[in-house]
Design a protein around this ligand. Sequence first.
Ligand code: SF4
Ligand code: SF4
Length: 531
Amino acid sequence: MSYSITNRCIRCDTCEPLCPTGAIKLKDDKYWIDPTLCNNCKGYSAPQCVVSCPVNSPVPLHAKKGRYKIDTARTLPSPNLFTNGKNNPFASAIAIWELCNILVQGASLPWEIEETGELCYERLILNGKGKIVYRIANPLAVEPTLALKHPEAISVIDSFDIKSACLNLIYAAHITALERPWEEEFIINDLQIEEYLGLDKRKDLSKAAKLSLIKELAQQPCRLIASIDLPSQGKVKGISIKNSPLWHLMAIEHHFQEDDCGQKHLVGLTFTIKAGQWTKIFLNRQGCKERNSFYQYGTLPKTVLNSVMSIWQQHPGAARMLLWLLFKTRMGKEQRVTVPTFMRVAYGEKKVNSSSSQKEERKRLIKSFESDLEVISYLGINPVFDPITYPVEIQPLWVKLKNIPEEPEAALDFWIADGSNDNRLTDIAPRGKWNRLTNARILYFEIPPEWESPKKVKVIQPQKSKQKTKVKSSIELSSEQIINARKNRLLSQRELALLTGKSQSWIRDIENGRFRVKGEDQMLLRKVLEM
Ligand code: SF4
Ligand code: SF4
């Protein structure tokens, strides 16, 4: 029995010199394994081609039969994330946000070739007073801080997979459990990753395919190194870090199970990872208390990982928007995103620029944008359009359709009113829609409860805080209370939307229990519904 090389091989040339029997050969520009020479790496603890391959391309000639046994000798991983089943804190510093953008946008970002031949991407921060420069490196190299040169670096960037941004977020969540993440390691295995990404429910993928995918995705965030230059800010001194990995891939353990023919089948992977020096500046609990560093964190909803994994293929633009919003929505309620900014995030600078001069491309881009916006709205992240710059006539059709009342009589009224409007719902887009969209803004996004930041620990001030908590809990309205109060006042969802100045879809969502109504909106509903 021997191994064979599958078409996942990216011809990185790593395995060939490592084969102890010289069985790996190059023919017609493709690697293959000579079965007469391969001896399953007799005398070695693992097949050398499998452990050295970044994409798990070599596989046993015969598929594994029987169950995969849990290997009890495996290194214990760090505690699981998402213990509440919903969300987990994660490090949300700019260095991680930008790494997320690089993994999802890849070559569409403005990479430049330096005089030394290395490829770099520069991100200015703090109004240009500071910057982070990203370069590509080999995570498993002896010296992982050596940047790759063009064109080797560009082929790595081209191989980036949107899904690897999920691993970046998972790592960023793991390090929030560590006191000094720049010194401590965490351990994560394939079973945990499968669960976080929802791969455990994918019956269409074999175990070998899942392991290959996990091995590939887990390494991609570790391929970036960053130089960070920050000016001093208050008590935080100026900082300069040179070519430091964002994530150190310390080790990959391969777990094998041997069959009756002596073939070793890969059945598990364990990764040991350590965060880079950036955490000393941006995720330093003690330093933050002493006010000489930051502790920047947000909330990572588990649904974001599952959503990216399910929509990336059909709606890559929506997946990019979703990941970008995860960081953006941390910046308070009024985010004011312009449509061109959002389009650049979803489709890249080049595509947006080229579309502005070509009519057909423009139409296609608007269509993709509106459809991707609908996808993220379906995931519970609802855009609130600026009524002045992004009025109803240039909003996507799905927004208008959402406002059609469910009750037959109210729906009839709606269509009668629509017929007498200058701008009817089914009208084609007005002339100059593109130009108007280039100035249009989305005010903010309504986000599901699991996206909300964890509440800060309050300083105990007995009398005051107790009274406040009581008042707050006494005004909380349930979906049923809202529905009953609306029906008692003989109001349709549309009428209630008009009275509260909210969209009908918002009313529908809170009645369906999709959102928890926040303090000020509860007061508004109480007032309108006379509760
Ligand atoms: S299993 Fe070992 S002997 Fe066989 S091809 Fe791979 S490296 Fe060579
Ligand atoms: S290590 Fe893997 S990807 Fe690289 S040449 Fe060998 S089989 Fe191909």
